[in-house]
Design a protein around this ligand. Structure first.
Ligand code: COA
Length: 216
């Protein structure tokens, strides 16, 4: 594993998870940048939060592909997507994978992922770029999680589920086999998802029903 200094983009909960995961794997976070600008100058652990400047980040010698590694830690899936697309192929984007997660050897992981303690990724599952897989999530065999999806603590996806780009599945929801959740949909906590959910809606309940369309 590379030992380059790590820069985090974002300073909320996902950054806290990433710092904890990297510490457990013997790696230190040297910079934390705040794209939203609210917490510049505050401390996150031992690191002082700095402003985020995309062009400086890309030009900065400390952050070239050769000299630094970056992870985007933002709970807004769309802002994460936009920053990811701007820095991809210019900066080395890495994963934070908790040593107490279980990742099947036949699964496929892209980059910019945070996978927390107790998450289980089963055989032939695929996890796209920039996904957040929280503590205790189970992604069963052959499921496909597209880019920038966020699976909250304790979510269970049965086999062959397809989660669209930028989807959020909130805490403890269960999705039955082969269901497809459309892009940027949000599934409420504790839901039981029995049928496909279209893109861009909020759905919750047991069984989950569409509650409203979400604004673009
Ligand atoms: C997606 C979510 C935020 C939607 O909430 P919302 O649209 O703001 O809904 P509100 O809080 O305004 O509640 C509106 C109504 O829907 C109900 N409701 C909201 N979420 C519900 C859910 N997941 N299941 C069942 N009913 C729900 C509320 O009880 C409320 O009913 P009432 O008007 O009779 O009191 C919410 O369902 C959710 O999942 N919250 C947890 C987020 C989470 O897990 N975060 C973890 C991050 S690590």
């Amino acid at each position: 594993m590379s030992n380059l200094p790590i820069t985090l983009i974002g300073c909320g909960a996902q950054a806290k998870y990433a710092i904890e995961i990297f510490a457990r794997t013997g790696r230190l976070v040297s910079r934390v940048l705040d794209p939203l600008g609210y917490r510049v100058g505050e401390q996150l652990g031992d690191v002082s939060i700095e402003p985020f400047n995309l062009s400086l980040l890309i030009q900065n010698k400390r952050c070239t592909k050769i000299n630094s590694s970056v992870l985007i830690c933002l709970s807004d899936n769309k802002i994460k997507r936009d920053i990811f697309r701007k820095i991809d192929n210019k900066i080395n984007i890495i994963n934070a994978i908790h040593p107490k997660s279980s990742i099947a050897s036949t699964s496929e992981l892209k980059k910019g992922l945070i996978i927390n303690a107790g998450a289980v990724i089963q055989p032939y599952a695929k996890i796209g770029n920039g996904c957040m897989i929280h503590a205790g999530v189970v992604v069963e065999h052959d499921s496909v999680i597209n880019d920038f999806a966020n699976l909250a603590p304790g979510v269970t996806l049965a086999g062959g589920v397809v989660v669209g780009e930028g989807v959020t599945v909130n805490s403890g929801a269960i999705v039955v086999p082969n269901v497809e959740i459309g892009k940027y949909a949000i599934i409420g906590a504790g839901s039981l998802v029995l049928h496909d959910i279209p893109a861009g809606v909020l759905a919750y309940g047991s069984p989950a029903k569409i509650v409203k369309r979400l604004d673009e």
